[in-house]
Design a binder for this molecule. Structure first.
Ligand SMILES: Cc1ncc(COP(=O)(O)O)c(C=O)c1O
Length: 392
């Protein structure tokens, strides 16, 4: 099935949408927080409808059938044979990041992550009493793509106990390739790191299938906590269902012990949606990827034509990290908001001084709305440069 078999043209959001509520009553197109404006797959909606009509909402747990759906998904999508005992169910990846930081090492141990990065990667180590160590990603010589500075990573390696890896990476949109993953893996082995690999965007790679970090080698799987969820892929983040895959028994027990009694169980609607998405959502997912690939190109072309802005290639997901350092405004997010487009301010994604002149744009919205947002941004940039020329 293809894009034309599903509706990706009608924007969908509810009154309780965090993203839309923020700008309620104002003419601002909200391209901020990472959920999409597309209705969830019909198969997921049908499963939720059946569940709702059953009237049964008591305490629930993952069924054998749901676990089998996850195993099958890992086998089919990544060629990864996982043992059902390795699974730990969670209401989200953010709690998992916090739990992992508390479960590994001891107070004051170093937790390393590469910036810019999804903000909880920065707050979880600190909340756990660990030492946050940040490493800036670097732009390649053509400015097309972000990558790791492996010399700098090696220099920091000894001081870390845990690496928080974002793969694919939010916000720079990279799918780390096998050569990059292996360089990280060698350091993990040499310096005895535990690796938390957040792979929430893994089923949204624009070309080819995702390679989980843990599948590089069995010995790496033993030091890795892989975090996955259907939430981004099938646009069901509000249903709060995720899972960790932790092959090492000691690590898994430590993780479970920290979570016990504090992290809630997954709600029954989330479990229902997860199974329907994994078992029946593939045609919708494939159609979505076509949409996202086309819209990534739309964003790249539009941004390339805007004075003062540049963007690198997006390889996965629906987020674009835009460099506004040549735009003569101190706060680009505020500038674009005044022009009618809500974007995530870069300062939250790492050391504020390094990223305050970047913004993140969520293009998971119907093409027409995206085109309108990009047109507003272009007009604002052009007017700004025209005004600065006429003031000279
Ligand atoms: C890399 C990454 N991890 C985790 C999350 C949030 O996960 P959850 O909603 O499961 O807590 C996001 C949401 O944007 C994300 O981009």
């Amino acid at each position: 099935m293809a894009e034309r078999d599903f509706d990706f043209a009608t924007p969908v959001h509810a009154a309780d949408s965090v993203r839309w509520s923020r700008f309620a009553g104002r003419d601002v197109i909200p391209l901020t927080l990472a959920d999409m404006d597309f209705a969830a797959p019909p198969a997921v909606i049908d499963a939720l409808r059946r569940r709702a009509e059953s009237g049964a909402f008591g305490y629930g747990q993952p069924t054998a059938s749901l676990v089998e759906a996850v195993l099958e998904h890992c086998r089919r999508a990544y060629g990864w044979a996982i043992d059902p005992h390795w699974l730990v169910w969670l209401p989200g990846l953010v709690p998992a990041l916090h739990v992992a930081c508390r479960a590994v090492g001891a107070a004051g141990d170093g937790v390393l992550t590469a910036t810019p990065v999804y903000p909880p990667f920065l707050s979880a180590p600190i909340a756990a009493g660990r030492k946050l160590i940040t490493l800036p990603l670097v732009r390649d010589e053509y400015g097309q793509s972000w990558t790791w500075d492996f010399c700098a990573l090696t220099a920091l390696a000894k001081s870390a106990r845990l690496l928080l890896l974002c793969h694919p990476h939010n916000p720079v949109g990279r799918v780390w390739n096998e050569a990059e993953l292996w360089q990280i893996a060698h350091l993990a082995e040499k310096y005895d790191w535990v690796v938390v690999s957040d792979e929430i965007h893994g089923d949204l790679t624009h070309l080819g299938r995702h390679k989980p970090f843990a599948t590089l080698a069995p010995e790496l799987a033993q030091r890795t906590i892989t975090l996955m969820a259907p939430s981004k892929t099938y646009n069901i983040a509000g249903l709060a269902c995720a899972y960790a895959i932790i092959p090492h028994e000691g690590l898994r027990n430590a993780f479970r012990a920290v979570a016990k009694g504090i992290v809630p169980d997954v709600n029954v609607m989330g479990l229902t949606a997860c199974e329907a998405a994994l078992r029946e959502g593939e045609p919708w997912r494939c159609a979505l990827i076509e949409v996202l690939r086309a819209q990534a190109a739309q964003v790249e072309q539009a941004i390339a034509a805007m004075p003062g802005l540049s963007v690198s290639r997006v390889e996965a997901g629906f987020l674009a990290w835009i460099d506004c350092r040549d735009l003569p405004v101190p706060d680009p997010a505020a500038f674009f908001e005044a022009a009618g487009v809500g974007l995530s301010a870069g300062a939250a994604f790492g050391p504020a001084d390094a990223y305050r002149r970047f913004v993140r744009l969520n293009f998971g919205t119907p093409r027409g709305l995206l085109a309108e947002a990009l047109a507003r941004m272009e007009k604002a940039c052009r007017q700004l440069f025209a005004a600065s020329v006429s003031n000279e």
